[in-house]
Design a protein around this ligand. Structure first.
Ligand code: NAP
Length: 244
């Protein structure tokens, strides 16, 4: 029987690339999305070409009731989740003095509470089966901080603390919890940046290029693998050397 991976925010970008990498590696994939229903359904058709089971599940992960509902549906229709990729994230640029309470709360509701909601919903089954892999997607800005992205940076730093603390709590249950800190990756999240901004970011990346969603996906897949069973509580930077 294939292992089942739930990937949040898998309709586009890094989550989509991770879904494809997991399907190619023989995992059944539960594709979570919020608004992009068509993209999620198309992705599932693509994943099935690799001979695995795949299905799309709509939920705004900031809402616990919606998360509980899809986790229960996944359990009934696909089986128990053994890999959770907390990939969903939103970003926003604003001067700190312009960040409203509403902007702050939404950032933390999606980026931090979303991970809490999904993790708490899948953890009992993982504890019961004494096996689990949780991979959280932070950001290099969660390590170094980004100007005009204080709320984003703070939410991504919170994901690092979340990872380390949970890794300590769940180690004896056979569950590893790790975190990936991507650098600049070519996805919709960066579409608002000008060509000049992208060129500048590329110039500041030691390997001399912008990352691809596949660069991150391969690292996620590795952390989910048997080969990574002695790795937990770690933050793996996939940033071409941007933060050293
Ligand atoms: P993206 O292209 O903007 O895609 C975001 C994904 O998250 C979409 O599938 C979207 O689904 C989903 N999503 C947004 N809000 C959601 C919600 N409330 N509930 C459920 N799903 C929701 O983002 P990305 O660049 O792939 O980023 C993926 C992760 O990597 C994020 O955590 C991001 O912070 C992190 N990261 C990205 C970069 C980068 O340069 N791209 C760098 C560092 C870290 P719908 O379209 O269905 O709404």
């Amino acid at each position: 029987m294939n292992k089942i991976a739930l990937i949040t925010g898998a309709s586009r970008g890094i989550g989509k690339a991770a879904a494809i990498a997991f399907a190619k590696a023989g995992y059944d994939v539960a594709v979570n999305y919020n608004n992009s229903a068509e993209a999620a359904e198309d992705l599932c058709l693509e994943l099935k070409n690799y001979g695995v089971n795949a299905a799309a599940f709509q939920a705004d992960i900031s809402l616990r009731s919606q998360v509980d509902e899809i986790v229960s549906k996944i359990r009934k229709t696909m089986g128990n989740i053994s890999v959770l990729v907390n990939n969903t994230g939103i970003a926003e640029q604003a001067l700190f003095t312009d960040i409203s309470e509403e902007m702050w709360d939404r950032m933390f509701a999606v980026n931090v509470k979303g991970a809490y909601n999904c993790t708490q919903a899948v953890l009992p089954d993982m504890i019961h089966s004494k096996y689990g892999r949780i991979i959280n997607i932070s950001s290099m800005w969660g390590i170094s901080g980004a100007s005009c992205e204080v709320h984003y940076s703070a939410s991504k730093a919170a994901i690092i603390g979340f990872t380390k603390a949970l890794a300590k709590e769940e180690g004896l249950s056979g569950i590893t919890v790790n975190c990936i800190a991507p650098g600049v990756i070519d996805t919709d999240m960066n579409r608002h940046l000008s060509c000049e901004d992208m060129a500048c970011l590329k110039e500041n990346t030691p390997v001399g290029r912008i990352g691809t969603p596949e660069d991150v996906a391969e690292a996620i897949l590795f952390l989910a693998s048997e080969n990574a069973s002695f790795i937990t509580g770690q933050v793996l930077s996939i940033d071409g050397g941007f933060i050293l």
